[in-house]
Design a protein around this ligand. Structure first.
Ligand code: HEM
Length: 184
């Protein structure tokens, strides 16, 4: 059940509809993205800080918020540069980010609204700066791909852990899930 991050990236690109034009547009605006990354981090951590549960997570360790701000800024900029043209290095990095969140116990209920705040905040800034709607669409698409990586990591890690602990086959596991969902 181990996920191939490179294949997943290609699948998501197609599914989300991230085009060559989107990529060019993102690259052309990479400096703009870098310039607004700190402001986006303010929105993001302001939002997390207003939720008691998420605030406790981001402040659980000394220096964590500070480190998070730095990693957020880098993550945000990478959406514009694509690291290696949204190739294997990009996919590996996004998969790694997913795994880090699973380790900390951050689930879909935290990540989905958090990503929505990024999409919103960047949308506002695009308007203020008179940027093209096409850039907003391209950014929304890459945000959705990044979100899919974090969400999928949650499912993959949980499933792999159950299979490892129980020795169940993947088929049995899937049947149990389907039966469980049926009885809810
Ligand atoms: C849009 C969604 C999110 C993005 C893009 C994001 C981005 C990142 C990145 C790039 C890292 C560094 C990963 C690494 O070390 O390789 C990270 C780590 C982390 N994130 Fe997030 N994150 C998101 C959502 C959240 C949410 C909702 C929370 C809290 C409720 C959270 C809390 C953390 C924590 C605690 C770490 C580990 C910090 C440490 O090194 O101690 N993240 N995140």
């Amino acid at each position: 059940m181990a996920l191939d991050a490179h294949v997943f990236m290609t699948t998501m690109e197609k599914r989300v509809g991230l085009t060559a034009e989107d990529k060019s547009l993102l690259k052309e605006n990479a400096d703009w993205g870098k310039g607004i990354a700190s402001e986006m981090a303010d929105h993001f951590y302001g939002y997390l800080g207003r939720d008691a549960e998420m605030d406790a997570i981001i402040n659980a360790k000394e220096g964590r918020v500070h480190r998070l701000r730095e990693t957020f800024i880098q993550w945000f900029h990478e959406m514009f540069t694509g690291i290696d043209d949204w190739g294997n290095a990009y996919a590996d990095r996004r998969w790694r980010i997913g795994l880090v969140h699973v380790q900390i116990g951050i689930g879909p209920q935290h990540v989905v609204p958090a990503m929505a705040t990024v999409v919103n905040a960047v949308g506002q800034r695009l308007k203020t700066d008179g940027k093209d709607e096409a850039l907003r669409d391209a950014l929304s698409r890459i945000c959705m791909i990044d979100l899919a990586f974090i969400e999928q990591a949650y499912v993959e890690v949980s499933s792999a852990a159950v299979l490892r602990e129980t020795g169940w086959t993947e088929g049995l596991f899937r049947r149990l899930i389907a039966t469980g969902a049926n009885s809810m």
